[in-house]
Design a protein around this ligand. Structure first.
Ligand code: MG
Length: 246
């Protein structure tokens, strides 16, 4: 564990951590919403007569809707989708997601957030989602945790994941922080790529069907199989960030 933290410091030309915030992705980290996203993407594309690869929507997690649609269009029709097509397909996908989404939280997510607050670290949310009811839902499931001032959503960024922009905005919202002053908790390859691109120590929680190897290849320094396992390891991780030096 210690070596992994030192390796991060060396690669990012830092002498030590100065931990102030923990940045959380939402889908697949706080909410068990990925099965519903996957199912609604698959059904929408089936209805459009467009083929897709098994599990590919887990790999696209974090992309904005248009980018995902264009990848499917390019493969099937060798062109991008028109504005009209994007609008129609994304509206249908959103409609189906509303039907299939359980609203369940990820087991252990609440406990991880509680511990972060107990350690006087600021929890920050970085999501590509742009649902209007996001804050009230978050407030309901994770009370007194996030505010508009500590959330980055689809409305706050020009370039979505895998671009580092959402996480750079997250550092700003955490209190004008530098990369070595935060850690990121992500579940998806493109989210991990974005966080690592922003220079932040990135922990993956593998709550979906992808292999751990894919999350490591995307750049995750640590991979846990659940938020409960992360909760168990978090005291040691946070303690080490306070003592290791490069
Ligand atoms: Mg996610």
């Amino acid at each position: 564990m210690k070596e992994i933290l030192i390796d991060y410091l060396n690669r990012n030309n830092q002498n030590k951590f100065d931990l102030k915030a923990v940045i959380f992705d939402m889908d697949g980290v706080l909410y068990d919403s990925m099965p519903a996203h996957d199912r609604s993407w698959q059904q929408t594309m089936d209805e459009e007569g467009l083929t897709h690869e098994p599990g590919e929507f887990y790999l696209h997690e974090g992309r904005i809707g248009k980018a995902t649609i264009d990848i499917i269009f390019q493969r099937n029709l060798q062109r991008d989708a028109t504005e009209e097509e994007v609008e129609r397909i994304y509206a249908r996908k959103t409609e189906l997601f509303g039907l299939y989404n359980s609203g369940d939280t990820i087991p252990g997510a609440r406990e991880v957030l509680d511990y972060v607050k107990e350690m006087n670290l600021t929890p920050v949310l970085v999501t590509g989602s742009g649902q209007p009811s996001l804050l009230s839902r978050l407030d309901h499931h994770f009370p007194d945790t996030f505010t508009p001032g500590t959330m980055v959503t689809a409305f706050d960024v020009v370039n979505g994941k895998p671009d580092p922009e959402p996480f750079l905005k997250g550092l700003q919202k955490g209190g004008e922080l530098l990369p070595h002053q935060a850690i990121v908790i992500e579940n998806a390859p493109l989210g991990i790529e974005a966080a690592v691109g922003a220079g932040i120590f990135t922990i993956a929680v593998n709550t979906g069907p992808l292999s751990d190897a894919i999350l490591r290849e995307a750049g995750a320094s640590l991979v846990f199989s659940s938020m409960n396992h992360l909760r168990e390891a978090l005291p040691a991780i946070i303690r080490l960030t306070g003592v290791v030096t490069a």
